[in-house]
Write a protein that binds this ligand. Sequence first.
Ligand SMILES: Cc1cc2nc3c(=O)[nH]c(=O)nc-3n(C[C@H](O)[C@H](O)[C@H](O)COP(=O)(O)OP(=O)(O)OC[C@H]3O[C@@H](n4cnc5c(N)ncnc54)[C@H](O)[C@@H]3O)c2cc1C
Length: 385
Amino acid sequence: MDADIIIIGASPAGLMAARNASEKGADVLLLEKKTGIGHPPHPANSFFKGMLDRCGETVDPSYVVHYLKGMKIISPSGREVVVETPGYSIDKTKFDRFYAAKTEKAGVDLRTGIEVYNILKAGGEFSVSSSEGTFSSKLVIISDGINSKLAGLLGLKTMKYPQDLAWGIEMDIRAKDLGKPEMFEYYVGNHAPGWKTTYAPRGGDSAAIGAYVRRCGKDANPYLDAWVERFKKLKGLEEIEVVTKRYGGDPIVTIPNEFISDGVMVVGGAAGQSGLGYAMRAGQICGDVAAGAVKTGDVSKAALSEYRKNWEKEYRTEHYLGRIALETLRKMTDREIDEMVRVFEKEDLSFIHGSAFEQAMQVFMFMLKKKPSALLKYRAFLRNR
Ligand SMILES: Cc1cc2nc3c(=O)[nH]c(=O)nc-3n(C[C@H](O)[C@H](O)[C@H](O)COP(=O)(O)OP(=O)(O)OC[C@H]3O[C@@H](n4cnc5c(N)ncnc54)[C@H](O)[C@@H]3O)c2cc1C
């Protein structure tokens, strides 16, 4: 055996799974196809503190490029809901390297420039074939991201609603003082069907703007182009310099489905777990269960189901509520979105706290007191669109 556990993909999920499994005593080999960790970088560029808190991680200034005070959610007619919560614009390459270093320090054998092609099971062990030969292990964790081919090769349908994948583009841009504001901005409405356009200040003259859509094909370029023109008008800019443009898929509302089989676990984007913080926490849960399984010598699906159980305890409700919210948004008219945002406009929303379910109930009660008729807008969820 080359290792107890082979992990494929040094994604945020894969790195955390590797670190936790190694810290709990497993011998871990982590294979990554990029020749350098975090390069070329993934388009993700920001997160909010609460997401890392749930992983028990503290934010490290080494990868932060700009500190944010919170976010504004902006309706089609420009109404704003302000949510104050500490956030961070990050250098994703530095972020990945920060976690890769922690993972190696925990004893993981991290090897880059190795692309995995296939996973075969023979007897009680796995053969992982790659560009650098074949490796063997008792257990395999697949964390190869949203374009995962390996989970599919093993017959796993990892997402319940794969047709609802969001496709997005992030563009790093420069214009005088564009990076100075301290609020992240999300724009919702039919200009970005199914999700959002964004503006993330990144300090000084740097910012990132993005467009994310669902059920509109994989090419979000037309939505980004329209967003660039609107953004220039909104910010009074004649020209912007485009520095980089990066594409990708985000499984935000696809809902994790089959992500475990005998000796195999799938985690992160490959399993329909979206977002840096969610992928990292799922990686921790997965790594802990994997280490326990190799220690007891039972890597059966039944034993590994502890991963599903623990993940569901923390995240199932949140994922379903998130799906209901984004599906409702996708089906609402711009006018309905404006009317709903009006209920929250200029309100202090700091009372919202607790689990996702508790938060949803607090929002529901708030709307019920403030403007019960606005709740009718949620009927949009039942529309056949
Ligand atoms: C445009 C865009 C912007 C986003 N912005 C944000 C954001 O700002 N904040 C946020 O929280 N989330 C954001 N997300 C979502 C978030 O980035 C992902 O959910 C997160 O990166 C989790 O991805 P992952 O860990 O599953 O995999 P990834 O980060 O995609 O990593 C997969 C890794 O596996 C490696 N790999 C793939 N195949 C193989 C193979 N066969 N062999 C070996 N290695 C392999 C890849 O090289 C890669 O390193 C964004 C998503 C998109 C598409």
